[in-house]
Design a protein around this ligand. Structure first.
Ligand code: BYC
Length: 321
């Protein structure tokens, strides 16, 4: 630290960038440019909000899961998402922001969360499609984030990826069961794929050329692969999985491109993306209102914790006196 004080801002920035270039992890007490800190708080907290808001569309089916086994699995998955939110909020807090500030930004609409969670879960098949496609898209992104340059975020991602991998499989297993079911079950699964496919592709964010943060985030190795690279990876792997289900993806332009060695696919409806991302999705208001209500109802727990902490501290102070 004393070293850092003797250096000029330009020297500190240069040393910081060379640590990044050398693949060293940046830790909470290390010197970092203010822009790096702010960008990380933005991305990590929005990731945390996505995990927590994502509990709502899935939680909608806990009481209506078709069997006890399905209910137990879904319950565990939704609890995992809450846990992911907590690891991520803790990682953001190491950057000097409080949980209260982060929650206030979510509830005021200042901070975003993944637009996919603004769509409703209308049928049981949606739980399969979310696990398979939404968690599937999340893993493609998050595997890459395990190598992000900020230590607490990278380490959190390792555990999150293991759990997301279980989530993706449980979703695919639901889809597999429905795809082998009767005509109505197959139709329900196909309808769900039709509704969740495009929003899943939107999870990777705008095209690279339109992405406000990508350039700097890639330089700082906060992001290791671009939005378009990751989206392409997801499309390539999902086409094979939908074939096993003997179902289709709702994109007439989807076809193998021998020259590129990848699937070509149609253009995303970016107007819909922008609308859903900025509070105009079908369930946007409901999602935030529910979060506010749950947060208010949990105020007594936070108060009890603070009172307990105060009591512990005063007992420790008395013992030390
Ligand atoms: N939805 O410059 P860009 C899960 C925003 S949840 C809404 O490319 P960046 C799960 C972006 O924030 C896993 N907003 O941004 C949970 C930025 O806005 P601001 C969620 C989006 O950060 C429960 C603006 O657009 N995963 O797995 O370089 C149940 C410009 O974009 C979206 C993560 O959060 C979107 N889809 O790249 C089931 C991963 N896309 O901040 C499953 C971590 C973009 O300027 N996050 N925006 O107001 C990331 O990897 C990156 O933040 C993104 C965007 C790739 C999402």
């Amino acid at each position: 630290m004393s070293d850092s004080k003797a250096m000029t801002e330009a020297e500190l920035i240069e040393r910081f960038q060379s640590r990044i270039d050398d693949e060293q992890k940046i830790e909470p007490k290390d010197w970092m440019p203010e822009g790096y800190r702010k960008n990380l708080i933005r991305q990590i907290s929005q990731h945390a909000h996505s995990e927590v808001i994502g509990m709502q569309p899935e939680g909608n089916w806990i009481t209506r899961a078709p069997t006890l086994r399905r209910k137990a699995i879904l319950l565990a998955k939704v609890q995992d998402e809450g846990g992911h939110g907590l690891y991520l909020y803790s990682a953001a807090e190491t950057l000097g922001v409080s949980r209260e500030e982060l929650i206030a930004a979510l509830q005021s609409g200042e901070a975003k969360y993944a637009s996919i969670f603004n769509y409703p879960t209308l049928t049981w098949a949606d739980i399969g499609a979310i696990g398979w496609l939404v968690d599937g898209a999340a893993i493609v992104n998050q595997v890459s984030l395990q190598r992000t340059s900020y230590g607490p975020y990278a380490r959190g991602m390792v555990r999150i990826c293991k759990e997301e991998s279980f989530h993706q499989r449980q979703g695919y297993e639901i889809m597999l069961a429905l795809s082998r079911g009767n005509e109505a079950q197959r139709a329900m699964a196909q309808d769900s794929i039709n509704r969740f496919w495009w929003p899943s592709l939107m999870m990777f964010g705008p095209h690279d050329a339109e992405s406000a943060h990508s350039g700097q985030s890639m330089k700082w190795k906060i992001k290791r692969q671009s939005n378009d690279e990751l989206r392409q990876k997801f499309v390539d792997q999902t086409v094979k999985q939908v074939e096993v289900l003997d179902m289709t993806l709702p994109d007439p332009d989807l076809k193998w491109n021998e020259g590129r060695g990848h699937y070509d696919f149609g253009e995303i409806d970016w107007e819909e993306f922008k609308r859903s991302m900025s509070g105009g999705g079908p369930c946007s208001r409901q999602r935030v209102a529910h979060h506010v209500k749950a947060h208010e109802e949990g105020a007594w727990v936070r108060e009890a914790l603070r009172a307990y902490q105060k009591k512990q501290k005063s007992q420790a102070d008395k013992a030390a006196a």
